[in-house]
Write a protein that binds this ligand. Structure first.
Ligand code: ARG
Length: 461
């Protein structure tokens, strides 16, 4: 039973296939540093409760420190007989201080409260890395928006031409959801900052250990108010999986546009060589693989969330072994974003836009029709009628194969007598854009303010 944390009531060891199913060291090893941090704090709690002498505590902490450096250097690794990271590290401790002292550490704790605590410590660290990666993407969007202030482009709804907007406005529209994702991480961190240590198996510990002390030692803001909840809950892991999935979806929506923009048909942007790939057979190809991988990984991140929620659904309180299945989806999500976020920042930051082409497309598809209607409203025409008149102007142009910008004064009487030649003055992309000057609108002055708001939000991350 080497490295096994149980066995007294069993007449033999587990079947080979049972052990293979149960084993988790191949994926939970990354929690080792957190397990050791928990052990240090727990040893101090045992000492405060009179269950370890000062000398024993000193020997224990020194051994944990040695084990920690052996884990870091790779000198200590999981053995094939180790069931999970907790069991392996207890074995490592026993090997360093002997079974007498080593065997004292487990008093008053369970792998159930350990794992619930370690995953929170781990997520707090990892989500900070994610936030920094998201910040880089926002910076890339902001840089491009700042450089291209004044470039108009077609704004779309239903992917159909809608109203002209500024490219900068559009790019910043991708920055805000990412900033909210960072806010979600910060908000989630407050909930993650509560320690389940001391919940033990489910009912708490009878040994006089102080969960608040352990929580403070581990940098938490406090300990859980309910030991059953402390060991059984994984809503915070699911919430983290949601944030990762949401980031994936936000990146995927940017990516879909980059993919469209870099087609010959759009021709709005060119990918930098360093952030695209070629084809093994078609020499002309330059493919948007970063964007496509982002789109693909979004599906995977959503799958991780869905899988985790499905694992949790229907679990009775308190700990169930099903909960071991929370780790791989969240680890995978973090690993994916670790490679994806820097590539997204690189791709976006080096995208070369084609301002003339975007500007030329901006008035196409009758995108100034709303401006005609709005002009009529300013002439006191009720909007319902104004909408109808502007629609008639669109039909008139469509029949003649021209855009609204191609109308001349002589066309107007045939459309509606309320259209005077003054309306022609609003039929410009620049006029249309700068007319939308309420807060949040696409007018250049407003987008300029928005650039500052995003810069401030990036600073505050
Ligand atoms: N490795 C388990 C997990 O990840 C923790 C161990 C609890 N095992 C147990 N039999 N109570 O959830």
């Amino acid at each position: 039973a080497e490295g096994r944390l149980w066995g007294g009531r069993f007449s033999g060891g587990p079947a080979e296939a049972m052990f293979a199913l149960s084993k988790s060291t191949q994926f939970d090893w990354r929690l080792a540093p957190y397990d050791l941090a928990g052990s240090r704090a727990h040893a101090r709690a045992l000492n405060r409760a009179g269950l370890l002498t000062d000398d024993e505590l000193a020997a224990m902490v020194a051994a944990i420190d040695r084990l920690d450096s052996d884990v870091t250097s790779g000198a200590f690794v999981a053995a094939p007989s180790d069931e999970d990271v907790h069991g392996a590290l207890e074995r490592g401790l026993m090997e360093r201080v002997g079974p007498e002292l080593g065997g004292r550490l487990r008093a008053g704790r369970s792998r159930n409260d350990q794992i619930a605590t370690l995953i929170r410590l781990y997520l707090r660290d990892e989500l900070r890395v994610v936030a920094a990666g998201v910040q880089e993407v926002v910076v890339a969007l902001h840089d491009q928006a700042r450089e291209h202030l004044g470039v108009p482009m077609p704004g779309r709804t239903h992917l159909q031409s809608a109203q002209p907007v500024l490219l900068s406005h559009h790019l910043l529209a991708h920055a805000w959801p990412l900033l909210r994702d960072v806010e979600r991480i910060r908000d989630l961190d407050r909930r993650l900052a509560v320690s389940p240590y001391g919940s033990a198996a489910l009912a708490g510990t009878s040994l006089g250990l102080d969960p608040e002390f352990v929580a403070a030692e581990l940098g938490f803001s406090g300990s859980v108010p309910n030991s059953i909840d402390g060991t059984a809950a994984r809503d915070l892991v699911a919430e983290a999986a949601f944030v990762l999935a949401m980031i994936g979806v936000d990146l995927s929506r940017i990516s879909e546009e980059v993919i469209l923009w870099s087609t010959v048909e759009f021709g709005f942007a060119t990918l930098d060589d360093a952030w695209s790939t070629g084809s093994s057979i078609m020499p002309q190809k330059k493919n948007p693989d970063v964007a496509e991988l982002a789109r693909g990984k979004a599906g995977r991140l959503v799958g991780n969330l869905a899988g985790l929620l499905t694992t949790l659904k229907g679990l009775p309180l308190a700990y169930n072994r099903d909960l071991q299945e929370d780790k791989e989806p969240i680890f995978d999500g973090l690993d994916q974003l670790r490679v994806l976020l820097p590539a997204m920042a690189g791709m976006i930051g080096t995208l070369r836009f084609q301002p003339e082409r975007m500007a030329a497309r901006a008035p196409e598809g009758f995108s100034l029709a709303t401006d005609v209607a709005d002009w009529l409203v300013r002439q006191r025409v009720p909007f319902a009628q104004a909408h109808h008149v502007a629609g008639a102007a669109v039909r008139y142009c469509e029949e003649r194969g021209i855009e609204l910008t191609g109308l001349t004064a002589s066309d107007l009487p045939a459309i509606d007598e309320r259209l005077t030649s003054e309306v022609l003055s609003v039929l410009t992309v620049e006029g249309s854009i700068n007319a939308r000057d309420g807060r949040g609108g696409t007018a250049a002055a407003r987008v300029g303010e928005q650039l500052n708001e995003v810069a401030d939000a990036v600073q505050a991350i």
